[in-house]
Every structure is written in C-alpha cells, then in structure tokens.
Design a protein around this ligand. Structure first.
Ligand code: PLP
Length: 438
C-alpha cells in the first residue's frame, strides 16, 4: 500500500513526517547543491558543523535548555548510555571521594604517612561501603539499566529504590508510592557530608514495553537534600511534553522513537558534570579500585570536547532529527514543546477513552495513574489469544499496523508517538469501537 494509506502504531522506529523524508531523499542525492549527498559528506565539513549547531539550537528552543547544559550526540543507542552513565557518574563520585578523603587524611597521623597502596586500600573500603547508584525499576528498560550497572560495578553498589513488580505479583504496571521508595543516601557517622549523595538516581521516564510513564517529576527527588543526581531515560517520550531540564543531571534518549531515524542518541547534561568543572577519577585509580574504565567512544568528556565529533557521527540522522525539531518549532511557535504535549495528550485521551468505554473487551494493563501517553498496553478479553489475533487481523485489514505487544509481554500495544497523526488515531478509535460492538 502507499505510505499515506497506512497508519503505523509501532513502538519504534516510529514513522516520520513524510515531508521530512521527502527532503531527506533529496538531501541523500545532493545536499544543498554540493553535488554530493548528506550521507557521503564528511562529518567534519562546515555543513556538518552547521547541521549540529542548528539541531542543538532547535532542541534548546523546544525544551528551554539552559546555558549550563550541554547537548551531545552519539551512536551509542539508548542501551549504550546504560553503560556510559555508570562509567561517568562513578568516575565523578570516586574522584570526589578521593579528594575528600585526602583532605581528611592530611590531619590524620596514621594516614598522613601511609603508603599510596594503603591509601588506595582505605579508599576502596570506603567506596565499597558508601557508593550507591539508586535505580527506580518501573519496567523492563529500567530493569535492564540496573542490570547493566550491576554487571559493570557489582550488585553491592546498585540499590533498587523501588521495584514495581512487587506491586503486581512479579509484573510491571504500577509505580510505588514515593513514600515507599528506598532511596539510598549513605548517611552514616564517619562519612563525609560530600559522600552522602548517591552517584546517581535512575528513572526511565516512559517504559516502552510496559506502558508505564511517570505522570510528573517525582517530588521526592526534587525535595532531596543534597542532589539526587537524577538520570532520566527518555528514549520513548522525548519531545512529547515539557520537562524542567534543571531537575535532571542527565536526560538521554535514542532518536528513533519521537525524534528521527535510528542511529543517534541524544544526551542533555549539566555542564558541571563535565571538565573543567567536574573532575574524573584517573583510569589508573579506577583500575586499582577494581572499578571499570569505559570505552573512549562512550566517554562524555571526550565527546563534549570534540563537539560530538570524536568519531564518525551519522550526520544524516542528526539532520533528520533537526528537521523534525525545526518543524515542531515552526508549528508550535511560542508554545514550543507544550504544543506537541497538548496533541499527545489529546490523542492518548481519545485512545484510552475508547478502551475504557468497553471494560468487558479491553483491559488496559497499567494502573490508571501511571498510564503512558506514548505506549498504550492492553489485553483483549483478559488476554484471550483468539480475540487478540482477531483484533490484530481486523486492524491489519484497515491498514492500522504495528499493534502487536512486545514479545516479552504479549497483548496489544498502541504506540502514540509524535508522528502518529490525529486522523490516524481517529481511525483507530473507530476500529476500537467497531471491534468492541461488532
Ligand atoms: N530505553 C527505552 C525506554 C527504550 O524504549 C529503548 C528501546 O526501545 C532503549 C532504552 C534501548 O534503546 P536502543 O535500542 O537504542 O539501545
């Protein structure tokens, strides 16, 4: 079928606005009349630098990104950041610990004269007992991120502040009350105040597989004395609502769902987490402490220092992301991302409204208070395999595609990314009504 006949609700890569793809196909052949295509030109050319600058500017406009934040692009994938975040935040925390302890030891008769080896061993034992990375496990992706942290630095440093599976017999679908979270701040006597903050607090803003989204920034993390160092995975709801960037140490997401094509990951991070403001533990120290040294292509300071061009960056993907962002800027003007947020909410509201109208047919999986606006997960007649098959087949006949749930959970998933049109949602709502009453 032709592109315009299809409505695709897949979980990503998401469909892109057709005019962007039409412009991209021209740019692939001949970019700005250079006589060569965008995917063929050097990532170090002036044109590529301009594309990077324009894309950053459009993103900064949409999300009101303050000047004390940097924007990086990498090829890592969202999953690559599960590791990069750990390497970086641990390195900062360890260096802070080393400097604090050195200061304290300067006044300590025993430690003042200790050998370097003895000092490293003393630092190691302090780090072993105090360094914690908090993870809010609210679905499959934050679970994976926490598992990667444990694989890299050891389970003893990973503190699961909340595991939503305990709410529902081992299944995801809710988020525990904030008062039930166990955020670890290793406040104990003998620990210097500067070591009482966690190395990071991880949240996945929108859980793509399980259809769970944080309704707002958690109050507990806002009220945290000291800094919770919040790292948010926004891979599947990036640019779908307003975010107060200042509340986060790091925000990241793969481009392939709401921003552009597969191939780049965008990171927004506080400049105070980068040199010269931040200091990192040296690779030698990390090795001595038994902690991992990350690969250079994931190293944020290296990427930042090189304006995201330390190694080859797929400029075509950056350009496409920039075009999508510029369209949002042009479409919503002063409203910026709030314009998109209103549409996202309206589409999600229409879909949930249709589902809720037939509770005997459709069972939305997650709790009402944490339903994702981006990934709408449901079962049909409590997970009746025949009914779900029939639903998918009927949808396919109407060219409503991509509705099968993730293989790990089954059921139906309607992804409502930015490029899903209001008309597409209306068609799907009509089908939901027809299927339920037919
Ligand atoms: N985080 C979330 C919330 C995701 O939905 C995904 C992919 O679907 C990822 C991380 C992993 O991204 P990638 O496949 O780019 O590594």
């Amino acid at each position: 079928p032709p592109r315009e006949a299809v409505n695709y609700f897949g979980a990503g890569p998401a469909p892109l606005p057709t005019p962007v793809l039409e412009a991209a196909s021209k740019a692939l052949l001949n970019y700005e009349d250079m006589g060569i295509g965008i995917a063929e030109m050097s990532h170090r050319s002036p044109q590529a630098n301009q594309i990077l600058a324009d894309t950053k500017a459009a993103l900064a406009t949409l999300l009101d990104i303050p000047d004390d934040y940097d924007i990086l692009f990498t090829q890592s994938g969202g999953s690559g950041q599960f590791s990069a975040v750990v390497f970086h935040m641990v390195s900062i925390w360890v260096e802070r610990a080393r400097q604090s302890m050195e200061k304290q030891w300067a006044n300590d008769d025993t430690m003042k004269n200790a050998s370097e080896h003895e000092r490293t061993q003393a630092l190691k034992s302090i780090i072993n007992t105090t360094m914690k990375l908090n993870y809010l496990v609210t679905g499959s992706w934050s679970l994976k991120a926490s598992q990667e942290a444990a694989r890299l630095i050891g389970q003893e440093h990973v503190s699961i502040a909340s595991d939503s599976r305990t709410l529902r017999d081992g299944k995801f679908g809710g988020i525990a009350q904030e008062s039930d979270w166990h955020l670890r701040h290793p406040v104990s006597t003998g620990v210097l105040p500067e070591l009482r903050t966690p190395a990071l607090t991880w949240m996945c803003d929108n859980e793509t597989v399980d259809g769970v989204e944080f309704p707002a920034f958690p109050k507990t993390l806002e009220a945290n004395d000291g800094d919770a160092m919040v790292v948010a995975d926004m891979s599947s709801n990036f640019l779908s609502r307003k975010v107060d960037v200042r509340k986060y140490a790091v925000i990241f997401g793969g481009a392939q769902k709401n921003i552009g094509t597969t191939g780049i990951t965008i990171i927004i991070l506080r400049k105070s987490l980068l040199p010269p403001q931040a200091q990192m533990a040296s690779p030698t120290l990390l090795r001595q402490l038994g902690l991992p040294v990350g690969p250079i292509v994931l190293d944020w300071p290296t990427i930042a220092k090189n304006n995201s061009l330390y190694n080859t960056l797929p400029i075509l993907d950056v350009w496409i992301a920039g075009q999508v962002m510029q369209r949002l800027v042009n479409t919503y003007g002063d409203k910026k991302i709030v314009g998109q947020e209103e549409i996202s909410n309206q589409k999600a509201g229409a879909l949930y409204g249709a589902l809720d109208a037939y509770p005997q047919i459709y069972n939305v999986v997650p709790d009402k208070s944490v339903r994702s606006r981006m990934n709408i997960c449901l079962r049909i007649k409590g997970g009746d395999a025949d009914a779900e098959k029939k639903f998918l087949a009927g949808a396919e006949e109407r060219l409503l595609l991509g509705l099968k749930g993730h293989r790990s959970v089954g059921g139906i998933r309607i992804s409502n990314y930015n490029a899903v049109s209001v008309q597409g949602v209306e068609k799907l709502v009509k089908y939901l009504n027809d299927f339920a009453s037919g």
